[in-house]
Design a protein around this ligand. Sequence first.
Ligand SMILES: [Zn+2]
Length: 153
Amino acid sequence: MIEQKNGIGVQGSGCSKPLKGCAIVVAAVCFALLGLLVYLSQRSDFQSILVCRQNMTEVGQAVIRYYEVNSQYPNSLDDLKEEYLKTTAMLKCPEDKSGSSDTSYVYHKPSAGADKIFIMLECKNHVLEKGRSMTLIVTLDGTWSINYSAKSK
Ligand SMILES: [Zn+2]
């Protein structure tokens, strides 16, 4: 019984101390996140992912517009040129070092009743740290995301 009373007393009087500690931890986490953001934004590969994301989103929207006009999906991304894309530069990923004039993106033509999560665009030009690969994707509903996969040994 006495121990219980003491326990309550300690908790009551030390109320502000854990709060202070908590604030310091929160501040430290904020600084760490800020540092990480600054670091990431200065990396050229991060910048190129942002440009690639912009391109892929625009190309994805162009595919949808093509479908709305023609009642069918384009057979290739070349069908989008001029009429549906502001500039053909959007078909190039900044990480594409092939020197080819072809589009950097892999296009999968959706079937008529394709699912919203059907992957229609892929970019495989981005290299992650050794051991892992990453593919940027756009699904039929226009959602852009990154698929990470561990490389098989
Ligand atoms: Zn890319």
